[in-house]
Design a protein around this ligand. Structure first.
Ligand code: DAH
Length: 353
């Protein structure tokens, strides 16, 4: 009986090997494993064997059965639809491949990287300070008198939390200027320890928050703030950095200008402008008078220096605070119909940039 079983196995395997359709495999299965198949009938004969032989032959018969079943299962994959497709693809080497879709950095992330590089070239250091801040850093230390209506210009989000006796209420930073206070306090402290004079070239790019949401405003947006403090820092330095930034970011042919303005934390204060790229400063539909507004700047107010532990008789400085979304749109000459789209996660929109 042993030889018979091994013969059945060999026959079945060679038939399976030769088969070239799923139907043929089905027939082989019936022929060997079906109710009146060769293996089934042989197994029925086992009853006639002497008792001692039965277990050994039983094990062999089962092995033969699983071997045939496995061979059938393996062979059937040759004829499945999936396999056919893979084989065809392998054969047609001229088929164009499927390109994996590549993403890219968000428009604002790209702008932040570019702005950072420009300022780093002239020695500015990027810093990060809290986005959830006390009123002290966002307003009071920046020379906003207690309860002064100037606070209303910054439509601030207040955190529902008990105010600190000294530092006041907790807010979402409405501007990056709070970073000026943090930086000057930190550097004044360092200078005290080291005996070295204070020398600040800060670039603070961060998320800022205001209670505003319409087609041209988002509740969260980005600002980039510069602060330079040292001995003998003057308006000429401010103008030089402004001009360098304008030419690096917008193009060599663009000009910059400053004009008087008012901020609590700078004296004198300025609005900064860049010449219009469309009419080259002559005046057109876009800019009207040849200039586009960049944002605020000024010489750090003596009170602000004092609030941070710096002596205004020794140190002077300038600061500026501009909007990332704003300069980006000015540079690209794009108008986004609804600025809120920038942060809506709509891939169709973001893919355009
Ligand atoms: N913090 C001001 C704002 O959010 C912008 C600003 C103006 C920043 C003048 C400055 C500055 O550093 O000197 O509108």
């Amino acid at each position: 009986m042993e030889e018979e079983l091994i013969g059945i196995k060999n026959a079945a395997i060679s038939f399976i090997f030769e088969a070239d359709s799923a139907e043929e495999l089905e027939e082989i299965k019936l022929q060997f494993l079906g109710r009146s198949g060769k293996l089934t009938l042989t197994m029925k004969e086992m009853g006639k064997l002497p008792k001692e032989k039965r277990p050994q032959i039983g094990v062999l018969a089962n092995e033969v059965k699983t071997t045939i079943e496995e061979a059938l299962a393996n062979a059937s994959t040759r004829f499945s639809a999936h396999k056919k497709a893979v084989i065809q693809k392998k054969i047609d080497v001229t088929n164009p491949g499927i390109k994996p879709s590549l993403g890219h950095l968000h428009l604002i992330t790209q702008a932040i990287a570019e702005i950072t590089t420009i300022f780093e070239h002239i020695g500015f250091k990027r810093v990060r300070y809290p986005e959830i801040e006390w009123d002290h850093y966002a307003f009071t230390a920046l020379n906003f008198p207690e309860n002064h209506p100037a606070r209303d210009d910054w439509e601030t989000f207040f955190i529902d939390q008990k105010a600190d006796a000294k530092k006041g209420q907790v807010v979402l930073t409405p501007h990056t200027s709070s970073g000026q206070i943090r930086e000057m306090e930190r550097m004044a402290e360092l200078s005290k320890k080291s005996g070295e004079p204070v020398n600040i070239r800060m670039l603070n790019i961060a998320k800022t928050y205001r209670r505003q949401s319409d087609v041209s405003h988002t509740a969260m947006f980005h600002q980039f703030e510069t602060l330079v403090v040292g001995k003998d820092i003057s308006i000429a330095d401010l103008k030089g950095v402004l001009d360098y930034f304008v030419k690096s970011y917008f193009g060599e042919n663009r000009k910059s200008r400053i004009r008087p303005y008012h901020f609590q934390f700078t004296e004198p204060s300025f609005e900064t402008d860049v010449s219009c790229g469309v009419c080259d400063g002559k005046g057109c539909k876009l800019c009207k008078e040849g200039w586009l507004e960049l944002g605020g700047a000024g010489m750090v107010h003596p009170n602000v220096l004092r609030n941070c532990g710096l002596d205004p008789k020794v140190y002077t400085g300038f600061a500026s605070g501009w909007g990332v979304e704003r300069v980006l749109m000015m540079k690209e000459g794009i108008t986004i119909d609804d600025l809120r789209l920038l942060y809506s996660n709509k891939v169709e929109f973001l893919e355009q940039f």
